[in-house]
Ligand binder design. Sequence first.
Ligand SMILES: O=C1C=c2cc(C(=O)O)[nH]c2=CC1=O
Length: 502
Amino acid sequence: QFPRECVTVEGLRSGQCCPSPPGFVDDPCGFSAGRGQCVSLTVDARPHGPQYPHDGRDDRERWPVRFFNRTCQCNGNFSGFNCGRCRHGLTGPNCDQRVSVVRRDVMRLSADEKRAFVSALDQAKRTVHPDLVIATRHYSDVFGPGGDSPQFENVTIYNYFVWTHYYSVSKTFLGAGQASFGGVDFSHEGPGFVTWHRYHLLQLERDMQDMLQDPSFALPYWNFAIGGNTCDICTDDLMGARSTFDSNSLSSNSIFSQWRVVCESVEDYDTLGTICNSTETSPIRRNPAGNVNRPMVQRLPEPQDVADCLQVNTFDTPPYYSTSSESFRNTVEGYSAPKGNYDPVVRSLHNLAHLFLNGTGGQTHLSPNDPIFVLLHTYTDAIFDEWLRRHGPAAYPDENAPIGHNRGYNMVPFWPPVTNSEMFVTAPDNLGYSYEAEWPGQPFTLTEIITMAIVAALVVVAVIFAATTCAVRARSYKMEGHQPLLGDQYQRYDDDKSQSVV
Ligand SMILES: O=C1C=c2cc(C(=O)O)[nH]c2=CC1=O
């Protein structure tokens, strides 16, 4: 959420968060080296949709001005909260060299690659985030009981990934004794679903690259569109098999059986007016295809569902919400049927994959605690990127999307501020990563089958006609008394040979 050095009493009171990059002393945003400068923030002022009626009551409105209104604006290809690093996809001292990583199918990794990925995730679960800390109170209480103890905590890299998702989906606290407002979601049920989750993954990938000191580290993906009711990545060499003792738990052979979740006590946060902190509580729960009460969501999406959703032409449609029809975004998110028609009882693609997991990974405030979340979302992002490649440049709504989802809105709660628009670009050209993926094809339509049959029949007729014409011509040529050409040549050669021997 915010850089550690900004969350002091003075920092919060000044509303300024402009740290110096490493190696620069007292030089906000590396101004002296031309990296950037500390500027006032401008935020999206366009109207949001009607779903949120509590303007003025939530810290996440006009993000991040409730906390900070001055931040680093970096020049050229410099980037980061202190302009100390490069934009995604660039590297080198001047950030002018292109760099790219490839996200691959997790099932196609070698045994060593699988081990390395699982171990990297586990290291991220245990490594404190080097730069960022999280708020554990709403802004009204953030200075602490005496007004001099800012309520922020350290958090590990992976738990930060979980916490940001929780913070973006949590309810609006309206005061002690009042019901919190749940009709708000800064990362789902709107056009920002794809852009928010894209940045979420990019941040984790970069944090893990830094942690591993390996700029080539790439998050893999799970092709969840395999149909059926088997979780193919739920094995002990990947995301953990099912425990033989408890169908809702992970096998003790998996490192993930030792993970403990954060942000579990949502009811407490909502009634007490607190925020999830970095305390870890229960183990991950997962029971793929095991929910007998909801058979409709106990199967995985089909390959054809992906092919169908990639054919939906329009990025998003009014009201830019979970009720939108003929919207690619609402389709890949999974509130519409795969061909794009909205149906309130349908759960498809991304939503279906979450619900299939039937446990921690199926509850929005908790889901990233299950590491399957990472792989499920890289695949969702791969579909989004393929859609952009096929249909771009595409229109993203400027206004009237649900709060947090307008094109120019800064995505909550990322720091430094980053808009939905900045993630609405093709990844290989703009963000320094690509997917090694194959996309299911469309089956042929009846018209296409008939057209192909007619073309094939015409080709056959043409070949037969050509062959018959040749045969007839050859026969008439012979009947007119001509010798075959080859015969002529042999004749001459033989004549020459007999002359030279003589
Ligand atoms: O973690 C999530 C869990 C979800 C459940 C649904 C649903 O459609 O009921 N959608 C979800 C999205 C998530 O991100």
